[in-house]
Design a protein around this ligand. Structure first.
Ligand SMILES: [Fe+2]
Length: 135
């Protein structure tokens, strides 16, 4: 069973952002399904995790560029939320180099981070963007 399930409650109603969020969710689900296989393929898990973190960082860049264009007043707060994730992502990548096992803590962190990113952060800016004609 998938770890994360897409629902309309998660939609911010901005097409490219919803599509990127779905891809990130698929990435977390993919990792979860690989980690629960017996025996887990650590090489493929490492590659998939690395790719997911890269997608997440690119997603932040796309959102931040859009906010900058629209002079979104809460950009500094939003950036600090993303920066915290980027730091954590770097430490995950570093740990991965030492020990390629994807531990359940990492998976739980990614699941919680993505849910919070969408529900607590992105949902709050969606109205601002929709008012600026972005959808
Ligand atoms: Fe987002």
């Amino acid at each position: 069973m998938a770890l994360l399930q897409w629902s309309d409650d998660l939609a911010v109603n901005i097409e490219f952002i919803d599509s990127q969020h779905r891809e990130l969710m698929n990435g977390v689900n993919h990792l979860h399904s690989m980690a629960t296989q017996s025996p887990p393929d650590q090489g493929r898990i490492s590659d998939a995790l690395f790719q997911l973190l890269e997608h997440a960082m690119n997603h932040f860049i796309a959102e931040e560029e859009m906010f900058q264009r629209l002079e979104f007043p809460e950009l500094p707060e939003y950036k600090s939320h993303n920066d915290a994730f980027n730091l954590k992502a770097q430490s995950i990548i570093q740990e991965l180099g030492d020990n390629p096992t994807l531990c359940s803590d990492t998976l739980e962190y990614l699941k919680n981070w993505l849910t919070e990113h969408i529900l607590a952060k992105d949902k709050s800016y969606a109205k601002f963007l929709n008012r600026n004609g972005i959808n």
